[in-house]
Write a protein that binds this ligand. Structure first.
Ligand code: ADE
Length: 244
């Protein structure tokens, strides 16, 4: 999968994209991130990319021409049907796992990093979708672009090693993850639940499911409304709610 990032700060991406799982996937060629500096598309000798807002007011506004020129240059190299263009902005739809999954179905994503101070409104006509990573304001869209690359990239086959670790994690079934433990069996009086040391696979599976439901009920009850629940799950939820 290829991510094209249109930004004024390409250096922002150099270290994060070298690390860990995504870094390895890029090294192995499973993922590719192409950085495009919007400033390279400015026409004047000062390489101007922003200007004062019409109507007055504080701050500068990202100009439409260099952005659209950059976008069109990138699009010349992509296949229209398999590519989606995203603008990162707090005004966009909130990124959640179902959207992450949908985005992972594209062969290429073009991510235009918005700017804190503002962008010329006409830029919006050139993107397919506006995405926010949450209800808070960042100084620019670069961190949001990294969040998209990380969350979408890890769903690309081969990026995350064990297929299982994708399957049983938070949100993949709409539930929060169950508690995990590793050695030692006791730390400062805190013991690992007996069942996990028992070797009873069926009991372990049940315990984990129950803990998953319990944690979701306690921390994110809103998720339960959309989760895929079995008859056994409903029984467990009933037990958990009646207890409290
Ligand atoms: N740019 C600034 N804040 C943002 C946010 N929350 N999501 C996406 N892009 C942004």
């Amino acid at each position: 999968m290829i991510f094209h990032v249109l930004t004024l700060f390409p250096d922002f991406f150099s270290s994060p994209l070298k690390q860990s799982i995504i870094g390895r996937a890029i090294e192995r060629g499973i993922l590719k991130v192409a950085l495009h500096n919007i400033r390279d598309y400015a026409k004047d000798k000062h390489r101007t990319v922003d200007d004062t807002p019409y109507g007055g007011g504080a701050g500068m506004v990202l100009k439409v021409e260099p952005v659209v020129d950059c976008l069109e240059a990138v699009r010349k190299k992509t296949t229209k049907e398999r590519t989606l263009t995203i603008l990162t902005t707090p005004q966009g739809v909130t990124l959640r796992q179902p959207l992450v999954e949908r985005l992972s179905g594209y062969e290429e994503l073009i991510i235009l990093c918005g700017r804190y101070e503002g962008i010329d409104e006409r830029i919006r006509a050139f993107v397919d979708m506006e995405v926010s990573i949450g209800d808070y304001i960042l100084t620019g869209g670069e961190i949001a672009a990294l969040v998209i690359i990380d969350s979408v990239g890890r769903l690309v086959p081969g990026v995350v090693g064990e297929a299982d670790s994708l399957k049983t994690e938070s949100f993949s079934e709409g539930l929060l993850e169950y508690p995990q433990y590793t050695r030692p069996p006791e730390f400062r009086g805190m013991k690992v639940p007996e069942v996990l040391l028992s070797g009873h696979h069926e009991q372990i599976r049940k315990w984990r499911r129950k803990e998953s439901l319990k944690r979701t009920l306690e921390r994110r009850p809103d998720l339960l409304e959309r989760a895929e629940l079995t008859e056994e799950d409903r029984k467990l939820i009933k037990e958990l709610t009646e207890k409290g």
